[in-house]
Design a protein around this ligand. Structure first.
Ligand code: ADP
Length: 486
């Protein structure tokens, strides 16, 4: 199958979250299975062209925008250690910027930038003579590929046999914009914008809604999230839209690329370990603590976190309870994260107040993140909502027991440790409140104090298989269903 993937972030070139990892791991699996995935993404300033060996193709794309035409050039490269083709759409006025979506705040012209990317994807496919069976769009940024496929390119023989699949990674980011601008840039015109139209949402355009409405199939990143978002509580205002597509909405659990995420081979760790050499995990913890000027009582449990610092991630629960645990020296805490200033400030405050009990890195850092996965004993993901969540899966692979709230992909991947049965892979709490969170943390400390049980739970966690091969296979099934609709 020829699969044209349009996304704004792809690991390892440019990443802010799980979307980037998923796009690359799925593509690698499809390639292994004999399909031909081709990734189209913006040429962001942060992409290291030399390191990743990108070359200009000297193809110039004419990209229709409204009643005028704009231009893009494309660069060719591959996902590292694979044969997956990646094309970067270069237009410096749109993408030669410090951020992917914004820097201090969201870029004001994200509607225009992403409509340009979406339109350029079609022109790139034609210029490369790559006829896709499936056009696979991810989140609101590439959602406009779905209406483009069904309208502007409907009668283009090049795309006559192409089906559109739209994947929702996070419904919270919908892309709501001024209709005058969106409708002009996308060449639909205000005639297509009226109450109840597929472009309209309470007087604005809403890219997410439009993608959901025009796609042949809609997927999201875990089975539980697929059910949750059809309810008012989780639907972010789009539950009715999603219910209108209920028979085409499928939850596929995200997978992990274990070639990239494996404590036996991880190049970022000071030493490698496996389920049979867990004593080395302890050595990594000791080294990590010492490297961060913590030299005493190294056996106090280390609780880690790697995350975007947004309300979604349950930071408020941590603010409520963390100091109780630190003050009484029950745990040590390590966090790598960046995001909302109020949360960054909070963790800086924790660092200054508990310098020998906390390790705080504010910013994005792959190396330190991986050390936190490996060095920690427990790993926090107390999210308010979580479409899938990759961090708990990575933590499990590194033998670090996740403490999660029972929502979205977290409940699909983590099972409570039951001491009497020696089963389970982590700790789960159901209600979004600080007491339930603290109680889950207490349960984890209980297990930590029983080394036999701890090792068994770690082994259970490390033995879980969330490989991206499985999810890639499920996507192919959905692609086949989508093609049946053409
Ligand atoms: P989301 O996509 O909502 O951010 P996921 O759990 O799906 O959450 O994916 C998060 C990904 O981003 C993981 O690969 C995680 O390791 C990575 N990550 C998040 N914050 C940081 C950070 N500050 N430094 C390094 N990696 C990070």
């Amino acid at each position: 199958m020829n699969i044209l993937i349009v996304a704004t972030e792809v690991s390892p070139f440019a990443k802010t979250g799980g979307l980037a990892d998923v796009v690359s791991s799925l593509s690698i699996e499809w390639k292994k299975k004999g399909h031909r995935p081709v990734i189209i993404m913006p040429k962001h300033r942060r992409i290291d062209i030399q390191k990743y060996n990108f070359h200009p193709t000297f193809l110039t794309l004419l990209v229709p925008m409204g009643y005028w035409t704009e231009y893009a050039t494309i660069w060719r490269g591959k996902l590292p250690n694979s044969e997956v083709e990646v094309y970067l759409v270069e237009n410096n006025s749109y993408f030669d910027r410090p951020g992917i979506y914004g820097d201090t705040s969201e870029y004001m012209d994200n509607d225009r930038r992403f409509i340009f990317l979406s339109r350029a994807a079609f022109e790139a496919a034609k210029a490369l003579n790559f006829k896709p069976d499936i056009l696979h769009a991810h989140d609101y940024h590439s959602a406009y590929t779905m209406p483009f496929l069904k309208t502007h390119y409907k009668n283009d023989p090049f795309f006559a046999r192409t089906a559109g699949v739209f994947t929702i990674h996070n419904l919270a980011y919908q892309g709501r914009f001024d209709p005058q601008a969106t409708m002009e840039y996308s060449s639909f015109g205000m005639k297509s914008f009226y109450p109840g139209s597929w472009f309209e949402y309470y007087g604005s355009t809403n890219f997410m809604k439009t993608g959901i409405k025009f796609a042949d199939k809609v997927t999201t990143v875990s089975p539980t999230y697929a059910n949750e978002i059809r309810t008012e509580y989780f639907g972010e205002g789009l539950h009715n839209v999603l219910n209108s597509r209920a028979s085409d909405l499928i939850g596929i659990l995200n997978g992990v690329n274990y070639d990239e995420w494996n404590p036996e081979t991880d190049k970022f760790l000071p030493m490698n370990y496996s389920v049979n050499s867990l004593e080395k995990k302890k050595d990594i913890k000791y080294k990590f603590l010492r490297d961060n000027n913590i030299n005493d009582d190294l056996d106090i449990p280390l609780v880690g976190m790697v995350t975007r610092l947004t309300e979604q991630k349950g930071i408020d629960l941590i603010i409520n309870k963390l100091e109780d645990f630190l003050w009484h020296c029950k745990i040590r805490f390590a966090v790598v994260g960046s995001g909302e200033p109020r949360y960054e400030n909070y963790f800086n405050y924790i660092k200054s107040k508990y310098p020998f009990s906390s390790i705080v890195y504010i910013g994005y850092n792959e190396k330190i993140a991986r050390q936190v996965y490996a060095a920690s004993d427990m790993f926090l993901v107390p999210s308010r909502f979580e479409p899938c969540g990759l961090t708990q899966m990575y933590a499990m692979k590194y033998g670090t027991l996740p403490i999660v709230r029972a929502t979205g992909g977290l409940i699909d991947t983590v099972q409570e440790v039951i001491p009497s049965q020696k089963t389970g892979t982590g700790f789960v709490f159901w209600n979004y409140n600080a007491e339930d969170f603290a109680y889950a943390l207490l349960r984890s400390l209980e297990v930590y104090s029983n080394s036999e049980l701890l090792n068994k739970a770690r082994k259970n966690a490390m033995g879980m298989d969330f490989s991206s091969a499985k999810s890639a296979e499920k996507y192919i099934e959905v692609f086949k269903w989508a093609l049946e609709k053409i």
